[in-house]
Design a protein around this ligand. Structure first.
Ligand SMILES: CC(=O)SCCNC(=O)CCNC(=O)[C@H](O)C(C)(C)COP(=O)(O)OP(=O)(O)OC[C@H]1O[C@@H](n2cnc3c(N)ncnc32)[C@H](O)[C@@H]1OP(=O)(O)O
Length: 409
């Protein structure tokens, strides 16, 4: 088999994307969604593998900026649109594309690469570790009461057409995204993603609605949701399908949750992606009536270990030598001294003796502060070489706010 790997040309996008759709089972995306991803594709970061004139492999990347512990928003390549045709699988084409792509990410001086995986088993071999988790919720809304903070009744709620509300929602989103590791600063065009509502994909729900929450005339929160009306012999049994909810303070958040849990003719609320520290779970009277299912979210790979570790801050002072194994990106291989605290950090090459040994995948998993290095060590995936180094480093890497990626890409 002779294949050629090269950058996509703009005129080839349609056929290239069609092959991606085919590798995912062949159901074409709704036209609205396809049009959005056409607009968002960065053609010069999109690659393909051709077998003769046929596209047999695809991969792309978005130029994101991602919030890391401490609040910096670091350049991060958002790996996407990865596929290999069923006729060409398990011959190393993905491996070849990943190698080429990571070299390109390095050339662009982006310290991090991130992705969401169709199957978590695929990307560990390329150095990606599970860096965030996400919770799917199903709340029996008639069986829970909420503890509400003072002032909840003072929040004004307004249903506003999606497009009219978007500027206010984006302002709230930007403030929230800057505070939570794992969230992406919105790049131009990405505000269209949470508005996508193709009738073909509604699965029996009504149209997507937006409720704005205002205090003293200022929009301080929003929720977007749709209602699926259903009736049982005992009466109404509808479901609220929550797309997203963001708020700038607890009172506004409480007002939005109370509204969502109390919509007439509904008895359940579902959301497929909330942070694992979702405040609603601290407001409900009965957690057993809230089904919570946790799964992997964002996978992260440090592409430049030094820049990645120096780009975040640390919850406690840390001074540690890490012996990093990275066979796929050998420029990271070896010992690094990380020195940092809550104000800043540096991470430089060193010949000093190592305190902890781990692979770049574990470093990626721990980077945002969700996966604990101590948990990885307990699983045999991190080795402590100096007594005390593990506890010191694990605590310093932690994030008080659970890192979270609210949407796929
Ligand atoms: C960020 C994203 O876009 S996620 C979307 C990923 N795409 C999909 O899931 C679409 C359907 N699947 C596919 O297109 C392909 O199967 C791909 C892209 C996942 C894999 O492509 P391939 O060219 O077959 O991968 P490649 O041959 O380089 O495999 C490298 C190694 O990973 C393993 N591997 C690859 N895919 C899988 C998988 N889905 N499950 C288990 N192992 C896998 C291979 O067995 C191989 O292991 P080895 O080194 O021990 O032999």
């Amino acid at each position: 088999m002779t294949t050629q790997l090269r950058t996509l040309r703009a005129a080839e996008w349609d056929g290239w994307y069609g092959k991606l759709e085919r590798a995912f089972g062949g159901t074409p995306e709704a036209p609205e969604e396809r049009a959005l991803y056409r607009d968002l594709t960065e053609v010069d970061r999109s690659i393909g593998v051709w077998d003769g004139s046929e596209v047999v492999g695809t991969a792309g990347a978005f130029s994101f900026r991602m919030t890391v512990p401490g609040g910096a928003q670091l350049p991060a390549a958002g790996v996407t649109m990865v596929s290999v045709q069923p006729t060409h699988r398990r011959r190393g084409l993905l491996t070849e594309m990943m190698r080429q792509q990571l070299a390109d990410v390095r050339r662009r001086e982006e310290p991090l690469a991130v992705l969401t995986a169709s199957e978590p088993v695929i990307y560990g071999r390329f150095g990606y570790g599970m860096a965030t988790r996400q919770a799917a919720l199903r709340v029996e809304t008639k069986r829970v009461a909420l503890t509400l903070p003072d002032g909840t009744d003072g929040v004004r709620l307004r249903l506003v057409p999606l497009a009219e509300a978007v500027a206010d929602c984006e302002r709230v989103y930007a403030a929230v995204a800057a505070e939570r590791p794992g969230m992406l600063a919105r790049q131009p065009g990405w505000e269209r993603l949470p508005l996508l509502d193709p009738p073909a994909d509604r699965e029996g729900t009504g149209e997507l609605l937006c409720v704005l929450a205002e205090v003293a005339g200022e929009v301080r929160g929003y929720a977007r949701y749709a209602v699926k009306a259903e009736w049982s012999p005992r009466g109404p049994d509808g479901t609220v399908k929550l797309r997203d909810i963001e708020a700038l303070d607890p009172v506004v958040r409480a007002a939005l949750w109370r509204y969502l849990l109390d919509i007439d003719l509904t008895s359940a609320l579902v959301s497929h992606n909330r942070p694992v520290d979702e405040p609603l779970l601290q407001m409900v009277s009965d957690l057993r009536r809230c089904e919570v299912r946790v799964r992997d979210g964002l996978f992260l790979r440090p592409v430049e270990v030094g820049a990645a570790l120096a780009g975040r801050t640390y919850a406690a002072p840390v001074d540690v030598v890490l012996d990093v194994e990275d066979t796929f990106c050998p420029w990271n291989q070896g010992r690094w001294r990380l020195t940092g605290d809550a104000k800043g950090a540096s991470c430089e090459r060193t010949t000093d003796a190592a305190d902890l040994a781990l692979s770049v995948r574990e470093l990626g998993a721990a980077y945002l502060g969700d996966t604990r290095l101590s948990a990885l060590a307990a699983a045999g995936r991190v080795r402590e070489l100096r007594p005390g180094a593990l506890a010191e480093t694990s605590g310093a890497f932690g994030s008080d706010v659970a890192p979270w990626l609210p949407h796929g890409f």
